[in-house]
Design a protein around this ligand. Sequence first.
Ligand code: NAD
Length: 443
Amino acid sequence: MRLCVIGTGYVGLVTGTCFAEMGHRVSCVDVDAAKVARLKAGEPTIYEPGLKELMQNNMRERRLFFTTDLADGLKEAEVCFIAVGTPSTTEGAADISMVLAVADSIGTCIDQYMVVVNKSTVPVGTADKVRAVIQARLQERGLVNVEFDIVSNPEFLKEGAAVEDFMRPERVVVGSDNPRAAERMRELYEPFVRNQNPILLMDIKSAEITKYAANAMLALRISFMNEMAALCEQMGADIAQVRAGIGSDSRIGISFLYAGVGYGGSCFPKDVRELIHVGQAGGLPMDIVAAVDRVNERQKQAFAEKIINFYQGSVAGKKFAVWGLAFKPLTDDMRDAPSIQILRTLSEQGADLVAYDPQATGQAGQIFGPSINISYVEDMMEALTGVDALLLLTEWRQFRRPDFAGMKQRMRQPVIFDGRNQYNPKQMKNMGFVYRCIGRPNG
Ligand code: NAD
């Protein structure tokens, strides 16, 4: 098929590349000319394992193209995917203005049947708005007979494993009110689903809500564990043992039950807030989801306070190494990363920070600029030279088994604040570290 993907961020670039890999001819469109120039040169604009090779191969095979010209991208396309951002407004609602702007442009370009697919995470009811905008444009152009269908096809890929997730999805959700469009989507996705993993066909509104419900449920598991971890800390219990105890119940399951410094990223925080917003706008209090957000905000602050309290209320003049800035491992994405709030708080209180992250220092530099006391190094051990403590904020695999003896030699004080529970408290104590983590007794 001929496909067009509009927006070449984490979702759009992976979507376009993976469809090309399945043999389709894909045009990827973005308004960001600098981004498109880099992509045209075969340089991915984000870090995702496996993406670069796949992208370059498909460009060589002349199945994957990049352009800033939407009309050109849409030429002869049978299906187009909208994959632009839907950030939070200050009130917490999802801002769908970029989606509607794309719909408007589609309405000014198309002159034959097309399936228009919403891949962006959008509030329930957005498909109707997209349809209305395209219809209005077609009417203005006197093209009332040009048909199109709207499909909601939310994306569930995880950053850090995005290519793998797209190529082997656990499920594909397709919201459609038209058998013709649904059949197109089934044709497109059938090669990706295996091992009985389903393509779930449903109505459009249910598909739109499914994406938010999934993210809110995952965020809930994190906030729940963080709340339990706070209780464990207070009572001298161990959240790791509690996790094993509850996770072995098949009704609960063991995955996604980690206490830490709170969730972040471009999806959970904004999607949780949109769900609260849409519910409350309709008179539903959304009590559970609102608590998930509150607990998460508290968790980030609690970690910074744990560090400040350790130093009797003042970190002024303290020097801290930071391992990990990205909101999770295997990505360069810093959007809403817990590290932002934690490091801002510590810097405001006078701490000096030296950070190492395998991928995210570029984005961190853009976010922090000169606003906080932070420098970046390219070696995790180098960050430790002469510091009062190490703060571990992202669980990159290379932090799992570091050279502890070498670390102690470099650090001014052997103190570790582990926001991701990467080490065993008893072992850390035996090795001579002062070790503070989340919801576990000090070694
Ligand atoms: P992103 O910000 O990385 O990328 C969006 C891209 O769209 C940018 O490159 C931007 O320049 C481009 N764009 C904006 N307006 C445009 C226009 N009019 N025409 C063409 N391009 C335009 O966003 P993302 O992380 O890829 O997320 C996209 C959507 O997918 C969001 O709704 C998000 O919630 C959802 N989503 C994201 C993830 C994720 O892990 N990042 C996962 C699932 C769903």
